[in-house]
Design a protein around this ligand. Structure first.
Ligand SMILES: C[S@@+](CC[C@H](N)C(=O)[O-])C[C@H]1O[C@@H](n2cnc3c(N)ncnc32)[C@H](O)[C@@H]1O
Length: 340
């Protein structure tokens, strides 16, 4: 690989073809969660540990990584990461208020089971994520009826459900061990890796914030392991704040698990320093790559699906600095290369 490039491949990441051992400064990736999200075939299984072994080989000693995951299967992916030789350093919580509860009304199921007819009690005004049905149906108008249980048992279990409203996504922070026998400083001198970039990822103080400890840093607070999407009314915000991307907001980028560029930029700054190289083996529509180039880092990405690869290619090639097609074209100083 030449100097000053970003390289993206429309192929499986397994083997990390053409990436040299000990050449990557940081990993940032949002792999399949293994939960068949919205029935997407690529999300059916968790990646197996081979890709994390490949990652260990290409990361420089002391290099950090961030791996998005799901609440239900984070334990498995953590075991895979650890068994591959990577160290678990932290778990960041990306918390939000607009998660969609997937619970169901068990009381109505009980009515059905007992042959009782539940009573229609009105309609839901706005049903987020409710898919409209065929023409001439209530569903076509996006209307969903609300029912009350009528059987005795149904009434006893009124309101019983199966799950909580999801309000965070975990992001596992990993690190490749330092080179044997080196201190952190010695490792940093030799490889440029081994530490987090706290300086560049500090959270600026709010305007008017009067007192922040005894020695406030001019650039703000040390970033915490909580990242939020909304501001809570609890005084000054002490966390990095970034909203979720609304699905379907942009026809050009329809990736179902699109991550906000601002979030990825914060993560890029946290685990790497200027002009270093970031790897994303599961780049999807390329949000990590856009963030990396926005922050003057180099990028290497893999994506199996041609459609998503093409979106990533367009975003990187045209220097789009956000998730959208329309705004902020960047003058990209890095030379570009696509490979199939
Ligand atoms: C969760 S998505 C990443 C979305 C991305 N963060 C974005 O903002 O667009 C994971 C991606 O991994 C891709 N993928 C799955 N298996 C792969 C493999 N073996 N090699 C490369 N990409 C793969 C899927 O096609 C999917 O687009």
């Amino acid at each position: 690989m030449g100097k000053d490039t970003h390289i993206i491949r429309n192929s499986s990441c397994y083997g990390l073809k053409d990436v040299k051992n000990d050449s990557i400064d940081a990993l940032i990736t949002d792999p399949p969660y293994g939960i068949s999200f919205q029935n997407n075939h690529w999300d059916k299984n968790l990646p197996d540990s081979q890709i994390w072994k490949d990652t260990l080989s290409v990361l420089k000693p002391g290099g950090f990584g961030l791996v998005f995951t799901s609440i239900k299967l984070m334990h498995r992916i953590m075991v895979h990461l650890e068994d591959s030789g990577l160290m678990i350093k932290d778990v960041l919580f990306w918390s939000f208020l607009n998660g969609m509860p997937k619970s169901r009304n068990l009381a109505i199921d009980i009515d059905k089971e007992l042959g009782a007819e539940s009573q229609m009690a009105g309609v839901y005004q706005y049903v987020q994520g409710y898919k409209k049905g065929g023409a001439n149906s209530y569903k076509s108008a996006g209307i969903k009826f609300r029912y009350e249980p009528t059987s005795k048992l149904g009434q006893r279990f009124k309101g019983a459900g199966l799950s909580l409203k999801p309000a965070y996504e975990p992001i596992i922070m990993i690190q490749k061990p330092l080179e044997d026998g080196l201190s952190v400083a010695q490792n940093m001198i030799k490889y440029g890796t081994g530490a987090l970039n706290i300086e560049e990822s500090r959270i600026p103080y709010e305007k008017g914030e009067s007192k922040v400890g005894h020695n406030p840093h001019p650039k703000g607070r040390v970033p915490s392991n909580i990242i939020r999407t909304q501001k809570f009314e609890d005084g000054y915000d002490k966390f990095f704040l970034v909203p979720k991307v609304r699905q379907g907001k942009d026809k050009f980028n329809h990736h179902p698990t699109l991550k906000p560029v601002e979030l990825m930029e914060h993560l890029v700054k946290l685990v790497s320093f200027g002009e270093q190289t970031i790897l994303d083996p599961f780049m999807g529509s390329g949000s990590t790559g856009v963030a990396a180039t926005n922050c003057n880092r180099k990028f290497i990405g893999y994506e199996l699906d041609k459609g998503y690869f093409d979106i990533a290619n367009t975003r990187l090639k045209e220097g789009l600095t956000t998730n959208r097609t329309t705004t902020n074209k960047r003058k990209n100083k890095w030379q570009r290369k696509e490979m199939h």
